[in-house]
Design a protein around this ligand. Structure first.
Ligand code: ATP
Length: 375
């Protein structure tokens, strides 16, 4: 029931062949998802990809066209929202403007007829670090503080799963970064399952244990943030999470531990274990490499580059200093490549026109099916 006490190990969420159609339009294609209890799970994707619809089907705010929703092993597909052990925090907070913070947080308890709310409300305000603000009205708080009230108000009902629909969307960038760490802390402290919808890849990567990247009503890839980043399986994921150089290369040989390729007149190696596509000699493959994994060496010093690295000659076309890194665009036989370098002394930054060697550890690249459109 909605008032079940918090299960410290959290509750599993299982979606089986769940889908949503609006007339002839399919917002969510049949989707299977198993979210482990107590984890922080993010649904990540661009506007319109179906992430909110998926969340609303878990909440019971939207009926699936087909498929089932299970919470803690119990089929809740037909249950209305208030009969599910979940609570939702929305982007607009929906706080009661005429009630102070204390009463906003106490609301769920009072509605259930609970008289002595003091300890629970106090604990909840402490959890979100708003103990000193109990008697203020919502409009006397900053956006981030209001957001924390909304979280406290949802958590006081002891949901087993907290659903968050772009809860930080209205905050400015700096505050959003702070609140991401804050929400992660709260989730770790209460130990329940959080399912968080966002279009912000950095947000998903900062907070979530597992991220599902959605595109066009489907999950393109699911995994730990670092695994998605290091080993994207589609061009969409390769460019939605950060930036990737995608080099179209001809496959020469697939018989060894390394796949051997050619891009322009340059030979490349890619460990077979780093390739999720089927590589066939004579066909094409996309070789992905992150801009920060490429090193630039001045062409005059090319002899210093260690053996075993992929090497591509190039010429700098653009150089921009953006504080944490210097970002270069480099023309090469493998196409125009982006390179990010950190800790470069001002005087040793390369300037447009410089002849360079780009080189990287083959184990840092990844192989993708070349039949995909590059997004
Ligand atoms: P956003 O970040 O913009 O909210 P989203 O990924 O959460 O996007 P959804 O809200 O899940 O996307 O919507 C998925 C698709 O379903 C969109 O193309 C949307 O226009 C469509 N859609 C959503 N609700 C309805 C509805 N009630 N009737 C018709 N189409 C709908």
């Amino acid at each position: 029931t909605a008032t079940a006490p918090t299960d410290s190990s959290g509750t599993d969420v299982r979606l089986t062949a769940i889908s949503k159609r609006y007339g002839s339009f399919t917002a969510v294609h049949p989707l299977d998802l198993a979210i482990p209890g107590g984890s922080f799970f993010a649904l990540l994707g661009a506007s319109g990809c179906g992430k909110t619809t998926t969340l609303r089907m878990i909440a019971g705010l939207e009926d699936p066209t087909a498929g089932t929703v299970e919470l803690g092993g119990e089929d809740v597909t037909g249950l209305p929202p208030h009969k599910r052990p979940v609570n939702t925090v929305f982007q607009n907070y929906a706080l009661f403007p005429h009630l102070d913070i204390y009463e906003n947080v106490a609301f769920g308890l009072r509605r259930r007829g609970i008289k002595s709310v003091k300890k629970q409300v106090g604990d909840m305000l402490d959890l979100v670090q708003l103990g000193d603000f109990a008697r203020r009205k919502p409009q006397q708080l900053s956006g981030g503080q209001q957001q924390r009230v909304a979280v406290a108000r949802a958590l006081i009902n002891h949901p087993q799963v907290l659903l968050l629909d772009e809860p930080l969307g209205a905050l400015d960038l700096k505050l959003r970064r702070q609140m991401q760490l804050e929400l992660k802390r709260i989730q770790t402290e209460v130990g329940i399952t959080f399912v968080h919808v966002t279009h912000d890849q950095e947000e998903a990567m900062t907070m979530a244990d597992t991220v599902a990247v959605m595109n066009g009503g489907r999950v393109e890839q699911l995994g730990a943030p670092a695994d998605l980043y290091e080993m994207p399986r589609t061009t969409f994921v390769a460019n939605f999470l950060g930036t990737s150089n995608l080099i179209t290369a001809d496959v020469l040989d697939t018989t060894g531990a390394d796949i051997l390729l050619r891009a322009g007149d340059t030979k490349l190696a890619l460990p077979a274990t780093r390739c999720t596509a089927t590589a066939r000699a004579g066909e094409k493959l996309l070789v992905g490499i992150r801009p920060e994994k490429i090193t630039l060496t001045h062409a005059d010093d090319a002899a210093d580059v260690p053996e075993g690295r992929n090497r591509v000659p190039g010429r700098i076309t653009q150089s921009s200093f953006i504080g944490v890194s210097t970002q270069y665009q480099v023309d090469s036989p493998a196409g125009c490549l982006s390179v990010y370098e950190q800790n470069i002394e001002r005087d040793s930054r390369l300037t447009p026109g410089a002849e360079v060697l780009l080189h990287w550890n083959p184990g840092h690249s990844f192989g993708l099916d070349a039949a995909q459109s590059v997004e």
